[in-house]
Design a binder for this molecule. Structure first.
Ligand SMILES: Cc1ncc(COP(=O)(O)O)c(C=O)c1O
Length: 384
């Protein structure tokens, strides 16, 4: 029998060129295992819930209560993957955030993708903050609607665009983040909602980095005026998944049309139990939330002591970004901080615009004042 020589699959040239360009620009991404011996200034586990024994125990009790034997969901929510624990948790979430309905998605990325791509129609317009997360942008690019960005956190620019386009489209959707994932700054939610109400636009708010860091329940009081709120479970809740809060009509619509909800296996019971436990823990215990708030204050004071405030984007959240500029320079300083024991990650272009490459400090309830003093003192030495 003739021996067949295995062919070496050729990697397409255009793709290779794109990889080479990344390397030339110093923005080539590689996967690294996090070094757990370093001080955590990089994870989104703002309240330390991913390591909480109390939350693990509560989750185990929930699973027992529901006599849950299955670890996998076994299918899409629309087929075999719907179960009492997930629907009861959705009812709990609707109450907790004072919304008419709550619908769980497998991640924040899936939630934004499914929501935006399905609701915005051909004759609609989407106005979105220019620094919106990739999941929002991808949702927009999958939708047939027209879209324009407005200047970051500039409600005057948003208003000008609403005024210009208000009679040209059937529905206008305005999308922004409560706390911006790369800058850590916040939108004035009440003012943005007021602008949307004036022009009859539907307001969509991504609260991924705000819940558990700025407040426990976000814009609960305004809940019924906001078209959709997205809350993710992978940040302060230390787990995985997301929920979209809105009207019953919105929930019905998403169950019927959001492809990232329909065509995927649902989250398993273990994850749902953990998310429920984390929510209950945050609702009933305040110490982690308060520790985070006080460590953020300490960080801001220490920036002043070291005359570093001018490098940092003004922020009251757990995300504190030190803009340095230049992929190589940011990577070098990040490596130097890591060598000193601090896990501060570089955020490079193209994730952020060229020239605004930065170090991002993510603060946690379990960071100590000593860790902050030492890391900022080192940073000041490296920058000056
Ligand atoms: C603002 C924002 N929205 C959505 C997401 C996506 O959430 P998830 O990690 O659950 O997919 C992120 C994650 O980084 C985010 O920062």
């Amino acid at each position: 029998m003739r021996k067949i020589q295995p062919l070496k699959l050729k990697f397409p040239e255009t793709l290779q060129e794109k990889l080479d360009k990344r390397k030339d620009e110093g923005s080539f991404r590689v996967l690294k295992i996090s070094d757990s011996s370093l001080v955590d200034f990089s994870s989104n586990d703002y309240l330390g819930f991913s390591k909480s024994q109390a939350i693990s125990e509560f989750a185990q009790r929930k699973l027992k209560e529901y006599s849950s034997q299955l670890h996998g969901a076994t299918g899409s929510r629309l087929l075999s993957g719907n179960y009492p624990l997930i629907t009861d948790f959705e009812n709990y979430l609707a109450k907790q955030y004072d919304a008419e309905s709550a619908l769980i998605f497998n991640s924040g990325y899936d939630a934004n993708l499914g929501l935006i791509s399905s609701v915005a129609q051909r004759h609609d317009l989407i106005l979105y903050d220019e620094l919106s997360h990739a999941s929002i942008r991808d949702g927009i690019s999958l939708s047939p609607a027209h879209s324009y960005k407005f200047q970051h956190n500039n409600l005057k620019d948003l208003e000008a665009k609403l005024s210009k386009f208000q009679n040209q489209f059937e529905t206008i959707y305005v999308i922004t983040e409560h706390v911006f994932s790369m800058d850590g700054d916040e939108v004035d939610v009440e003012a943005a909602l007021e602008v949307c109400e004036t022009y009859g636009a539907c307001f969509i708010l991504d609260e991924a980095h705000a819940i558990g860091t700025l407040s426990k329940t976000g814009y609960r009081d305004l809940g019924n005026k906001i078209f959709a709120r997205i809350i993710t479970f992978g940040k302060s809740f230390g787990s995985h998944g997301a929920v979209i809060l809105g009207s019953q009509d919105l929930q019905d619509y998403l169950i019927n049309f959001a492809k990232s909800f329909i065509y995927t296996t649902a989250l398993g019971q273990d994850t749902i139990a953990r998310n429920w436990a984390a929510h209950d823990y945050l609702r009933t215990q305040s110490q982690d939330f308060e520790s985070l708030r006080s460590i953020i204050c300490y960080f801001l004071e220490t920036l002043k002591t070291h005359e570093l405030a001018s490098y940092f984007i003004e922020s009251n959240s757990a995300i504190q970004s030190c803009v340095i500029g230049g992929n190589q320079k940011v990577k070098t300083i990040s490596n130097q901080l890591q060598a000193e024991g601090f896990d501060v990650r570089p955020i490079l272009s193209p994730t952020v615009p060229k020239g605004s490459e930065r170090l991002r400090f993510c603060l946690h309830s379990y960071n100590t004042e000593a860790e902050i003093s030492k890391s900022l003192s080192k940073l000041s030495e490296l920058l000056n």
